[in-house]
Design a protein around this ligand. Structure first.
Ligand SMILES: Nc1ncnc2c1ncn2[C@@H]1O[C@H](COP(=O)(O)OP(=O)(O)OP(=O)(O)O)[C@@H](O)[C@H]1O
Length: 620
């Protein structure tokens, strides 16, 4: 088991280490590495090389062959332990075993200078996580298409026909499904968790003969963990590998896509019955999410025997359910590329939860498991995990701002302000914000949760040789801000300092008096946003997203921000400290609610459609 204590060092943990938050040395190393990969691929005769994705294990490039075929090159991260890097070769082998139209073909596996590269065909389209971030919750008719196509892949994968071994994918989730909008077809990628199944769907050992059974250690699971945000109980508990894993991944995927979330944890609050799905689909989802294994197995059986019924469900393309905006997001006048990073007080949020070891599988060397630990999800209840995950998802939009949620006896009080830099994503962002609120309403606790979203491209970096040296300050270093008069009618903003309720456990950096005085004076000028100081032994970062709301004070505001830079070398402590100011009118209040209201796809759509058609005809 990884040492939890050792992993929990900083409170404000970015979801993913943004390139823009790396020290200049690390950023240069990564840039050089990308350049090297690109050069290497060009040398091999590929053109139009671009970085198209990154995951926990590696980076993915795309390139085109001389004959115009598009390939994908998956590089393992060179900073991972060798045992994990070797997994890419196993992934290549498992992919090479698959021959299905919905799976990109394996091309080659190379190892050069300690660097492994997996080459495969490029699946056309967008991965479904990105798709759902762009367009929000997917409609039920699309969900059914995704579901049926995945069942078709499973049908092939899990079959023993023609001497084939039962293979499981083991990591079905939105970002591993590439959706081609024009043909409405999907392709399944990322075979890094794929194994040959030890059991079939009925739980019978899979083996061709008796001797095989004797020679195999049937007590030890060969399962890979998959993504902890999407896997089911069987895989999480390290049971023998079976096709059940894929059905759990499938249902988590459909659930996440239909609810606009990035995980399955919220299913007890944003229930399958609240997603606007046809009742039969919600029933199947409920069965697959059931606590009792027997109900889950029944659900899979039902799903497989009722595919015909699902295929023939009728939807009304003009039907759009009404949606309530619980928290608005404001659109910036200018659209631009923002590298959003979320810093939140999730560590103190978790600290209140009882830490229990709910994982029994020996997974200490699994990178996914590390990620789970790093994000402090282990030991939390499902609703809390869902809430934290929903906040993290906000960081995937070009969105800046902040939010403070306070739980009290009557419910929650929410102070928030968000600005979105891509107008087309407004619906998706507002759905994600609504999810944060719905999940917060289902959690009973006392205290405050705070989250700041800022653009990592605006972060100011300072470096020094060692912890006892002073930081080198570039004369051009400036804390950026923008001026906005649009919010002038808003009442004086409320400050949310992380110190506001006395000494905050999330704060472990003591700022020098000079900076504290500047912050106090800044607080008297109408502005919103956040400023966060992060001091490491040889690297210091000042993250910010400041909006001045009183133009008449601009000269003073600017000079105070310059004063902060001047005082940087008075800091003789390490850790983090931050301040957030929200322009909030009155904070919004919401009562507690254990679950979202029920909502199914309306029945008799066919009849309504026919009536509508008849009326249309009549009008003509
Ligand atoms: N064959 C492919 N065709 C198109 N896009 C691909 C392909 N393979 C990978 N990608 C893109 O690269 C991203 C990362 O790839 P992949 O999921 O295989 O990496 P990983 O390191 O295993 O990620 P994870 O952390 O999800 O396990 C995908 O989400 C997808 O956008």
């Amino acid at each position: 088991m990884p040492n939890t204590q050792a992993n929990i060092q900083h409170f404000y943990i970015p979801e993913d280490q943004s390139f823009y938050l790396l020290s200049s040395k690390d950023a240069k190393k990564l840039k050089n590495w990308f350049a090297l990969c690109t050069k290497e691929l060009q040398r091999l005769g590929y053109h139009d090389i671009q970085l198209i994705g990154k995951g926990a294990f590696g980076f993915v490039f795309a390139g085109t062959t001389e004959t115009g075929q598009e390939y994908v090159f998956k590089f393992s991260r060179s900073d991972l332990p060798q045992t994990i890097q070797d997994r890419l070769e196993e992934e290549a082998y498992m992919l090479s075993q698959v021959s299905h139209a919905a799976v990109p073909k394996f091309i080659a596996f190379h190892r050069a200078h300690n660097q492994s590269i997996l080459v495969m065909e490029r699946a056309p389209g967008k991965d479904l996580e990105e798709y759902s971030l762009c367009f929000g919750k997917i409609p039920p008719q699309m969900a059914i298409k995704v579901l049926l196509q995945l069942l078709d892949v499973f049908n092939y994968l899990h079959s023993k026909a023609n001497g084939k071994r039962i293979q499981i994918h083991g990591d079905i989730k939105p970002s591993n499904l590439i959706w081609d909008e024009s043909s409405e077809t999907l392709q399944v990628i990322d075979w890094g968790s794929s194994v040959f199944a030890q059991c079939d769907l009925r739980g019978q050992y899979v083996s061709d003969n008796f001797m095989d059974l004797l020679s195999q250690d049937m007590q030890t699971s060969n399962a890979r963990l998959g993504d902890v945000y999407f896997i089911g109980d069987e895989q999480m508990q390290g049971q023998l590998s079976s096709p059940i894993f894929d059905y759990q991944g499938l249902m988590s995927t459909i659930y996440a896509l239909c609810s606009g979330q990035g995980a399955r944890f919220g299913k007890g609050v944003i229930t399958p019955n609240s997603l606007g799905l046809p009742k039969v689909c919600a029933d199947i989802m409920n069965a697959l999410f059931a606590k009792e294994q027997v109900n889950r197995s029944e659900g899979i059986k039902y799903l497989n025997t009722h595919q015909f019924y699902l295929r023939n469900l009728v939807f009304n393309p003009s039907y759009t359910p009404t949606e309530t905006v619980l928290l608005p997001c404001y659109l910036s006048v200018i659209e631009r590329d923002v590298e959003t990073v979320v810093y939140s007080s999730r560590k103190s949020f978790l600290r209140e939860e009882v830490l229990t070891d709910d994982i029994t599988i020996e997974q200490s060397h699994d990178a996914q498991f590390e990620r789970y630990y790093k994000q402090y999800l282990q030991g939390m209840g499902d609703n809390e995990k869902a809430f934290i995950t929903a906040v993290s998802r906000l960081g995937k939009f070009p969105l800046v701002g902040g939010m403070a949620i306070r739980w009290d006896k009557q419910g929650i009080e929410v102070d928030a302000h968000f600005t979105l830099y891509a107008h087309s994503m407004q619906r998706s962002v507002e759905q994600s914000l609504a999810n944060v609120i719905t999940l917060a309403r289902a959690i009973h606790r006392k205290g405050v949760f705070k989250a700041c979203l800022f653009d990592a491209k605006m972060t100011q970096h300072f470096s020094r040789e060692s912890a006892t040296d002073i930081f080198v300050i570039d004369s051009a270093a400036k804390i950026p801000y923008r001026v906005n008069n649009e919010l002038n009618d808003v009442q004086l903003s409320r400050e949310h300092s992380y110190f506001e309720d006395g000494s905050d456990p999330d704060e472990n950096l003591t700022l020098p008096l000079g900076i504290q005085c500047v912050i106090n004076e800044l607080n008297t000028i109408r502005h919103s946003g956040c400023i966060i100081f992060e001091v490491l032994s040889t690297h210091m970062k000042i993250h910010s997203s400041l909006v001045l709301l009183d133009e008449s004070k601009e000269v003073r505001f600017k000079s105070l921000l310059d004063d902060i830079i001047r005082h940087v070398n008075d800091i003789n402590d390490m850790g983090m400290a931050g301040f957030m100011k929200l322009p909030g009118k009155d904070p919004q209040r919401f009562s507690y609610a254990a679950t979202a209201p029920e909502h199914f796809y309306p029945r008799n759509v066919k009849q309504r459609q026919t009536n509508e058609k008849r009326n249309d005809h009549f009008k003509r």
